[in-house]
Design a protein around this ligand. Structure first.
Ligand code: GDP
Length: 310
């Protein structure tokens, strides 16, 4: 089994490639829930949905939401004076209505996520990192913001001073999470924002220790290329927190448990620095523009981990 720690878009693209390389039934995804929010009376899990819609072949080209979705519901809400900056499409809303109803009935987020995956025909196993509330909070020059407030409403314009995870102390790993790390043949950290997508996963008690202790080899793919990003605010966030925005810095964040680090050909000169951390560098093309690029990146990662491709 390969276990993948995953955020949203970068992870979804990588997983589309990985399942062409490794049997889908033998992949477990551990998803970030720090971006979750309650909005319009429903519980939305953006990272889980991005991954599931992508694997179901129904994600919109922009990377989130359902392809060709309509926005009648949210437009109608506007009439009542609702703030509608979180654009939830009609079909997307249905997913969250189902999720919220099941949660209200007492089902866990892991159980509901499995039900949604099944209904979409997705075969790999997806586990939220925790069934407990865990919310990424961004302290900025404009005050303390919930993640989606920072990310969507204020379009990441504010300088980030600190990142915290509300609920971190009480959140327990969801059933199966620690076993999926301990029993994996390999663990892969997808190319996701290290601070707000992988960060909340590593913050849950026992997860970082499980990564240090597992016998599985662990690889990460850099989401930072030449000091910049493919999308999102990861590079700006790193700089405003006093970190260097570089692939090498991402490797340092995972140094205590990482065996293999996949970095872009454009960053080949950083490979020696990675090796000095006692992490094996793999230099390859990491921009996943099409399905073939996704498959090649996954295959290079699996080979770097020393697993034989089936
Ligand atoms: P978000 O929650 O949707 O922003 O998703 P993630 O945290 O999974 O992804 C954001 C990170 O993924 C950004 O830092 C991007 O640079 C990175 N990313 C997205 N697409 C690619 C890609 O094709 N290749 C690489 N190497 N990184 C990518």
């Amino acid at each position: 089994m390969i276990t993948v720690l995953a955020g949203g878009v970068g992870a979804a693209r990588f997983l589309e490639g990985l399942r062409l390389t490794w049997p889908e039934d033998d992949i477990t995804v551990i998803s970030n829930v720090g971006d979750d929010l309650e909005v319009y009376g429903v519980h939305v899990s953006p990272d889980i949905d991005i991954v599931l819609y992508s694997l179901a072949g129904m994600v919109d080209r922009r990377g989130w939401g359902v392809m060709n979705d309509t926005f009648h519901f949210i437009d109608a809400l506007e009439r009542f004076g609702y703030e509608t900056w979180f654009r939830l499409g009609d079909r997307d809303y249905a997913t969250s209505v189902f999720r919220s109803r099941r949660l209200a009935e007492g089902a866990s987020l892991s159980a509901v996520s499995a039900e949604i995956a099944r209904s979409l025909g997705v075969r790999l196993r997806l586990l939220p990192i925790t069934d407990d509330p865990l919310r990424t909070m961004v302290s900025t020059t404009a005050g303390m913001l919930e993640f989606q407030d920072y990310f969507v409403r204020r379009r990441t314009q504010d300088e980030v001073l600190k990142i915290a995870f509300a609920g971190e102390k009480r959140a327990k790993p969801a059933p199966g999470v620690l076993d999926a790390i301990a029993e994996a043949d390999a663990v892969i950290l997808a190319p996701s924002n290290p601070l707000v997508s992988i960060g909340p996963i590593l913050a849950v008690s026992g997860v970082r220790a499980a990564l240090r202790e597992t016998r599985a080899r662990i690889a990460a793919i850099s989401p930072i290329i030449r000091g910049g990003v493919v999308k999102g605010p990861a590079d700006r966030m790193m700089r405003s927190l006093g970190l260097e925005a570089s692939a090498l810095q991402v490797a340092r964040l995972y140094e205590d448990f990482l065996d293999v680090f996949v970095l872009d050909v454009a960053d080949a000169e950083l490979a020696d620095g990675v090796a000095e951390l006692k992490i094996q560098p793999v230099v390859t093309e990491t921009i996943m523009s099409g399905l073939e690029e996704k498959r090649r990146l996954a295959a290079a990662t699996v080979r770097g981990l020393g697993l034989a491709l089936p």
